[in-house]
Design a protein around this ligand. Structure first.
Ligand code: PMP
Length: 355
């Protein structure tokens, strides 16, 4: 702590990102990146833009990208907001769209950035326990005694469990909370979920957030977006323009447009991950792990007799890194990103040795 720190800094409990090791040749299955590279068309577009054009500021409205996202989802650009990763989009949504005098509700086991934003912006929150199967219980998100929440946010599929809520349940939560905004964080939806984007046409209180970091394999480019009623989008734009009018640089805009437009590559690589996930689940089960049903590009698994922290440490000795959370109720689970067939094969081989 320094005498020059503000009270705000003193009060922060920052997010701890998953490890990004500097060593090459690791089997890196810890932060849910896509094992295949981004669309070659995205790389080509970025190369072409890496030119004298960088002298100029990017388009502050990212119009081309918003148009490409709108075209893909059958909506208008006025319903699309883009930002520097979905983390930034979520941060702006927290500031712009939550009633700060009533608690925001989110699951007790979920994306750990949510309480961090609450701390940053002084937003009250109340976590909602998952059920005995580590699933979200939709009824817990309906107002009781007519008391509206300040907002609701959760990932679908949830992280780090990978569990999916069916669209009908999402709709019940959104329809049951007309007084507040419901943010559905669909970071992993392309690996087996059904997006709530079509519901935004009927519910002006629904904001759906997606990212190009996972299914588009562009975590390094930092592009995320939100889709919702133009009034919600307008609020996000106001926050953006009060903070950083140019969150997306020129390389990010052209790369993201090319990636969104390369449907064939997206579909092929997404299906490859889904196929490998099926094999990974059956291999882990054969080794005695209990694996939660996953609709994401990771699986959440626990072994009945072996300590998860020790397993993670043993894997690390063999140059394989997975994620272990020291959080009550899930400290006996490993979250394992679905890699290539070879990477998952190496993981299973190492586990066979360890167990
Ligand atoms: N939401 C969830 C549930 C996530 O797991 C992540 C990735 N850590 C994000 C949002 C943020 O992703 P990005 O900022 O790369 O878009």
């Amino acid at each position: 702590m320094s005498q020059y720190w503000s009270a705000v800094v003193n009060g922060l409990t920052p997010y701890v990102p998953g490890e990004q090791p500097k060593i090459a040749n690791l089997v890196k299955l810890n932060t849910n990146e896509h094992p295949y590279g981004p669309s070659p068309k995205a790389i080509e577009a970025i190369r072409a833009e890496a030119s004298d054009a960088l002298r100029l500021y990017p388009d502050p409205t990212s119009e081309r990208l918003r148009a490409a996202i709108a075209a893909r989802h059958g909506i208008t650009p006025q319903q699309v907001f883009v930002g520097n990763g979905s983390d930034e989009v979520l941060a702006h949504a927290f500031l712009a769209l939550l009633k700060h005098d009533r608690p925001l509700r989110f699951p007790d086991i979920s994306y750990s950035f949510y309480p961090v934003y609450c701390g940053l912006y002084g937003i009250e929150f109340a976590t909602v326990p998952l059920d005995e199967n580590l699933a979200i219980r939709p009824d817990d998100y309906l107002p009781t005694d007519g008391q509206a929440a300040g907002g609701i946010v959760f990932p679908n599929p949830n992280a780090p469990t990978g569990r999916l809520l069916p669209l009908a349940e999402i709709e019940r939560i959104v329809a049951g909370n007309p007084q507040c905004v419901v943010v559905i964080d669909e970071a992993y939806v392309d690996f087996g979920g059904e997006s709530a984007i079509p519901l935004t046409a009927r519910y002006p209180n629904l904001l759906v957030v997606q990212t190009l970091s996972k299914s588009r394999s562009l975590a390094g480019l930092r592009v995320g977006f939100a889709i919702g009623h133009p009034d919600l989008i307008e609020a996000l734009v106001r926050v953006k323009d009060s903070f950083n009018s140019y969150p997306l640089d020129r390389l990010a805009i052209v790369g993201a447009v090319a990636a969104i437009e390369d449907e064939e590559y997206f579909e092929r690589t997404r299906q490859a991950v889904i196929r490998t996930r099926g094999q990974l689940v059956s291999d882990l089960s054969a080794l005695g792990f209990e694996v939660l049903p996953s609709a994401a590009n990771f699986v959440f698994a626990t072994h009945p007799t072996r300590d998860a922290g020790e397993l993670a440490a043993e894997l690390r000795k063999r140059a394989i890194i997975v994620r272990h959370f020291r959080q009550p109720r899930i400290d006996q689970f490993l979250r394992i990103t679905v890699g290539t067939d070879e990477q998952c094969g190496a993981l299973i081989g190492a586990l066979r040795e360890i167990l």
